[in-house]
Design a protein around this ligand. Structure first.
Ligand code: HEC
Length: 167
């Protein structure tokens, strides 16, 4: 019995080897593979991907803020009290988005705040600090402000010229 099994296995092996030898006689025909064409296709694909990546990077780029840092600027408000002086000093950090005159910048999605009523400005800033109102651009700023700072800023900002500039 064992011999029969071994013999059968031998036959199967022999058949397999003969089959494989048949394959080695098949002629390889590469004529349908055009290297230059494939290369061009690949390059076009890579170029398209690069363009898409650039478009994507452009699309997700935050539309906010130049890295302009304002150190000193001429007040547009007469600094007649210590509160206004403090407000003026604090307002430096707002200029990138809201502009010197508080007219806002649409590119930064920052609204006009100059000349707005002080109580309203104070309430908005307080609400943002207390996370009742939340905006990712304002959040890190109000976090650093004390309630006293907020009051001074509100008074100062309310005295800025209301500038009906539309951008
Ligand atoms: C990084 C940009 C940026 C900076 C800097 C910035 N803001 Fe804003 N501010 C915004 C944006 C954006 C909004 C709109 C918030 C919203 O859509 O809820 C806003 C909203 C406001 C509002 C609410 C206006 C309204 O009519 O409800 C006030 C008040 C305000 N900012 C004051 C300030 C003050 C004061 C500073 C400086 C201490 C400042 N912001 C700095 C971007 C900025």
């Amino acid at each position: 019995m064992t011999r029969l099994v071994v013999f059968c296995l031998f036959l199967v092996g022999l058949a397999a080897v003969m089959n494989l030898r048949d394959y080695s006689t098949i002629e390889v025909d590469n004529s349908r593979f055009d290297y230059e064409k494939k290369k061009a296709e690949h390059e076009a694909h890579v170029k398209e991907r690069k363009e898409l990546e650039m478009q994507y990077a452009e699309a997700i780029k935050p539309k906010v803020v130049s890295d302009e840092v304002v150190v000193e600027f001429k007040p547009l408000v007469e600094l007649t009290s210590p509160q206004l002086e403090r407000g003026h000093a604090l307002y430096k950090q707002c200029i990138v988005c809201h502009a010197k005159d508080g007219s806002g910048k649409q590119a930064n999605k920052a609204p006009k705040i100059g000349g707005q009523m002080a109580w309203y400005l104070e309430k908005q800033l307080k609400d943002m600090k207390d996370l009742i109102r939340n905006n990712k651009n304002m959040a890190p700023i109000v976090k650093r402000l004390s309630y006293e700072d907020i009051k001074d800023l509100a008074v100062y900002t309310s005295k800025l010229p209301w500038n009906p500039k539309e951008d």
